[in-house]
Each structure stands twice: as structure tokens, then as C-alpha cells.
Design a protein around this ligand. Structure first.
Ligand code: CP
Ligand code: NVA
Length: 297
């Protein structure tokens, strides 16, 4: 049974296949309009979602499958009414795979080990692999060859950055991780596991954005976190100065939702070099490819 929990669980060949499939679906959606016929996807959201909810829902329907949104509280997916494993065992009698967004990465890792039903990680506090694969598709459309990508991540160390690090460790494109010094110090042990020649760490956004052709960021406070760390992000707002410091024509990326005026100015978010809506659009093609990947026997 296949699951989609983290990018570093996948082989490069598998990621290449998923990306290629997403490109093919995008080019010729009709050809795939029955790829998931008679299959049902369950969606469990324990946190808010716009893009992930919509891209899985519409994406699955366009593949000829159906979708059920399962309200976590209503089905008792909280280990209080019955064990989450028992819920999945019952779900497996009706549906074919389940996407889970929660605040408990360990739970979905453990559930996936039970091999009851294919599980897709729709974001946890630890990682957001669907987002980063979608972004990799968007980057490949933009740069043609991933070897030409040089990203400066300017912001927090969070789920999205962790998935980006997983991807960088496989593809070895240039990545400057620019995080406040306090956040770097708090996570030094984890950062040290990702070392390679194309991965550099900075705490100064001006230095860290130099020579990059993509500036990427995300909210400073992720869902479920306390906002006490905002004080560390002085000078971290992606603005004209930072964009001008990057390479000419550098693109701006953000998984969204954005807090305008905090991690990015409206001027940059709405600029012609911002490809945030393309990222949102590509989420659907990558979800479709992931669904076909996990449902393939
Ligand atoms: N980028 C993303 O995952 O958006 P949602 O939280 O709205 O799904
Ligand atoms: N890091 C953000 C991503 C939202 C898509 C969060 O977890 O809230």
C-alpha cells in the first residue's frame, strides 16, 4: 500500500514520475477524466484550509472520482470515542484513500504504518509535502531545469520549509535558508541533518537573498502556533529592497494564505514577479498526480 506522508520517504524516480504525471494532466486533462472512476477520497481537516481543500476536492472530481469531507469531530477521529485506527478500519470498508490535515504528524506516520488505507499528508505541524511538490512543478515551469533554481527562503522554520529541505536534499538545487538567529539556534540540531554544498544558512535577509532567482516565504506564525516569536522577525518582511537585492527578474513565491504587510508587502505579493496564484493553481495538478500515485495497485 502506498502513502504520501513526506518527500524524504520517496525516491527521486517516484517524485519525477509524480511531477511528470501532473504536467501531463495539466496539458491534457480530458485524458485523465476517468483515472479515478469509482474511487472515493475522504478529507479530514483538523485545521483550516482553502487551497488544499479545494484542490483535492475539484481535482478528484475531475479524475472521475468522488470526495467526502469527513468532519473530524462528527466521525470521532480524536481517539476519544474510538481509536483512530478503528475509525480508519471502518473508513476502509467504504472509501479508497484519505487525506488528513492535523497537528499531530506522529499520528499520521503511525497510522500509515498500519496500512489500513492510503494516507496523504495534507499538512501537519511538521511538514507540507503536497505544497512543496506543487511548488516544484511551478518552479520547473518557470526555470525548465531545476539545476538553475536558486531559492532564498526568508522567514520561519516551519512545515513548508521542512518539506523544501527534504526536496533540496534530493535534487540539490541552491537554497539559502534565511531565518532569524534565535530560530536558527533553537533548531540547529535539526538543520545540521540537512547539510550539503548547495544549502546555506543566513540570518541576514539582505545577504541571504543575494544571487537568488526565487524568493520564497510563508507566514511567521503557522496554524496552531503562538505568536510570541514574531519579535524575532525584524527586517524579515519581503519588500522591494529584498527583491531588488536578488537577481534581476527573481520570482516571488508564497504558499498562501499571506499576512499582507507582515512577511511580505502587498507591493511584492501583487507584483508581476509574484507567481503565488500559479502555485495555487498547480496544487490541483499535483494533488491529482498524488491521488493516482497512491491509488495505483
Ligand atoms: N497553501 C495551503 O495549503 O493553503 P490552505 O491552508 O488554504 O489549504
Ligand atoms: N506554515 C503555514 C502553511 C499554511 C498553508 C501553516 O502551517 O499555517
Amino acid at each position: 500500500m502506498k502513502h504520501f506522508i513526506d518527500i524524504n520517504n520517496l525516491k527521486k524516480k517516484e517524485i519525477d514520475e509524480i511531477i511528470l504525471l501532473a504536467k501531463k494532466i495539466k496539458k491534457n486533462p480530458k485524458k485523465y477524466s476517468t483515472s479515478c472512476r469509482n474511487k472515493t477520497l475522504g478529507l479530514i481537516f483538523e485545521k483550516q484550509s482553502l487551497r488544499t481543500r479545494l484542490s483535492f476536492n475539484v481535482g478528484m472530481q475531475k479524475l472521475g472520482g468522488s470526495v467526502l469531507e469527513l468532519q473530524s469531530k462528527d466521525i470521532g477521529f480524536d481517539n476519544k470515542r474510538e481509536k483512530a485506527e478503528d475509525v480508519l478500519n471502518v473508513l476502509s470498508q467504504y472509501i479508497d484513500c484519505v487525506m488528513i490535515r492535523n497537528n499531530n504528524h506522529k499520528q499520521i506516520v503511525n497510522l500509515s504504518k498500519e496500512n489500513i488505507l492510503p494516507i496523504i499528508n495534507g499538512l501537519t505541524e511538521y511538514s507540507h509535502p503536497c505544497q512543496i511538490l506543487g511548488d516544484f512543478l511551478t518552479l520547473q515551469e518557470n526555470f525548465k531545469n531545476y539545476k538553475n533554481i536558486s531559492i532564498a527562503w526568508i522567514g520561519d522554520y516551519n512545515n513548508v520549509l521542512r518539506s523544501l529541505l527534504h526536496l533540496q536534499n534530493i535534487y540539490n538545487f541552491k537554497l539559502n535558508v534565511v531565518v532569524p538567529i534565535q530560530i536558527f539556534n533553537n533548531n540547529e540540531n535539526e538543520f545540521s541533518k540537512f547539510k550539503n554544498e548547495n544549502l546555506k544558512y543566513f540570518s541576514d535577509p539582505v545577504k541571504g537573498s543575494k544571487k537568488s532567482n526565487c524568493i520564497m516565504t510563508d507566514v511567521w506564525v503557522s496554524m496552531g502556533e503562538k505568536n510570541t516569536k514574531i519579535k524575532h522577525f525584524k527586517n524579515f518582511t519581503v519588500n522591494k529592497k529584498i527583491m531588488n537585492n536578488a537577481l534581476k527578474n527573481a520570482i516571488f513565491m508564497h504558499c498562501l494564505p499571506a499576512k499582507r504587510g507582515q512577511e511580505v508587502t502587498s507591493e511584492i505579493l501583487d507584483s508581476k514577479n509574484s507567481i503565488v496564484l500559479k502555485q495555487a493553481q498547480n496544487r490541483m495538478y499535483i494533488q491529482q498526480a498524488i491521488l493516482i500515485y497512491v491509488l495505483k495497485k
